[in-house]
Design a protein around this ligand. Structure first.
Ligand SMILES: *Cc1c(COP(=O)(O)O)cnc(C)c1O
Length: 384
């Protein structure tokens, strides 16, 4: 093993293992959360045009002006958040690089980063690369949904805290953090003078009339929040890797100082296409989000009928299920068996936590797939 010790815990991802099993057993793969249909055709055509018209060299380090202006307009329109496109917005290689740039640019070795668990898998590895120390605060069950463990949240803030990472809507649970939970995070950040890095890549995929309330809109938070989003989930283009981070100029400059030596720039011809989509294709996004809600219903019902305990999914791509009523209390073991047994693949939530015990049983299924794919998975789940 030649990998440095700080990255050794992150060697092989659960997705690789489960996707290999899915292929081996021709399973319907509801493990990985990418969509299996394309985004709006005018956006795809804009990218083709950009290539044909010669947008094939390094774009500016902070991103092309059309996209920075579109990102600024978008946030002003949806949330009343006013960012200067020249100093307060940075285009990145997906949300992933926005997260990495923010953490590496703002966390000194040995300083602490608070994250909510379960957490998106890149967070822990990124904090390790920065030499930071992660402190996790769990979500806890609340009826059929989840909320923050607020007493654990308050305890997690120390004089050594550099920043808190907040992901809402949340992957893997599909939770939209309540206004009360967000207000509590905001109050603690202000009290302890801590920066918030918010991952809002599912900001437009909320169901049942729920609305996104960015943490940056809470009192005292505009000046201490780096707000991250991406085209990947909004416009079904996970392979394009176009993301952005918005915030006060000094925080964006910190993220930029790291980002410029990670990739420098990326996704040149995709940047004008995403700018076009932000300005012109939000109706497509609303339809896509409504279709996702329908697929969430189909899959949740199928899981219930198969005998799982099913958690409420309020947004995004995923629903979490509890196989204990079926007689299984180890989600990882269950997921290793599922492709061969019935031809469906999922991932265990225990892969996304430090404290495994409360999450040992839980399984994440993606519903960001074509309706016929969900229907086939539903048919197979009946064999359980
Ligand atoms: C998919 C995802 C990302 C990564 O977004 P990219 O733009 O593809 O880098 C980040 N955070 C969460 C919670 C995600 O689900």
């Amino acid at each position: 093993m030649r990998t440095v010790s700080r990255l050794r815990p992150f060697g092989t991802t659960i997705f690789a293992e489960m996707s290999a099993l899915a292929i081996e057993h021709s399973a319907v793969n509801l493990g990985q959360g990418f969509p299996d249909t394309d985004g709006p055709s005018s956006m795809l055509e804009a990218a083709q045009r950009a290539i044909a018209e010669g947008h094939n060299q390094y774009p500016p380090g902070i991103g092309i002006p059309e996209l920075r202006h579109a990102v600024a307009r978008h946030q002003l329109h949806h949330y009343g958040l006013d960012y200067d496109p020249d100093s307060e917005i940075l285009i990145t290689v997906g949300a992933t690089e926005a997260i990495a740039g923010s953490v590496v640019g703002l966390v000194e070795p040995g300083h602490e980063v608070i994250m909510v668990e379960p957490y998106y898998d890149s967070y822990a590895a990124t904090v390790a690369m920065a030499g930071g120390v992660r402190r996790t605060v769990p979500l806890i069950a609340d009826g059929d949904g989840f909320r923050l463990d607020r007493s654990r949240l308050a305890e997690a803030f120390t004089p050594n805290t550099a920043l808190i990472m907040v992901n809402t809507p949340h992957n893997p649970t599909g939770t939209v953090l309540s206004d009360d939970d967000l207000a509590e995070i905001a109050a603690l950040c202000v009290e302890h003078d801590v920066i918030a890095v918010t991952d809002e890549v599912y900001e437009h995929l909320l169901f049942d009339g729920r609305v996104q309330r960015p943490l940056a809109t809470f009192p005292g938070m505009r000046q201490r929040t780096l707000r991250i989003s991406s085209a990947a989930k909004t416009f079904n283009c996970t392979g394009w890797k176009v993301g952005w981070v918005s915030g006060p100029a000094d925080l964006v400059a910190a993220a930029r100082s790291a980002k410029q030596f990670m990739s420098y720039v990326g996704s040149g011809p995709f940047q004008p296409a995403v700018a076009h989509a932000l300005d012109n294709e939000m109706a497509w996004v609303h339809t896509s989000s409504a279709e996702l809600a329908t697929k969430r219903d189909l899959l949740s019902t199928a899981l219930q009928d198969a005998g799982f305990g099913v958690h409420r999914s309020e947004a995004g791509y995923f629903v979490c299920a509890d196989p204990r009523p079926l007689g299984y209390d180890d989600g990882a073991e269950f997921c290793r068996m599922l492709p061969e047994r019935i031809g469906v693949a999922a991932v265990p939530v225990s892969a996304f936590v430090d404290d495994v015990e409360p999450w040992r049983h839980m399984i994440r299924f993606a519903f960001s797939k074509r309706e016929d794919v969900i229907a086939e998975a539903a048919r197979r789940l009946r064999h359980l």
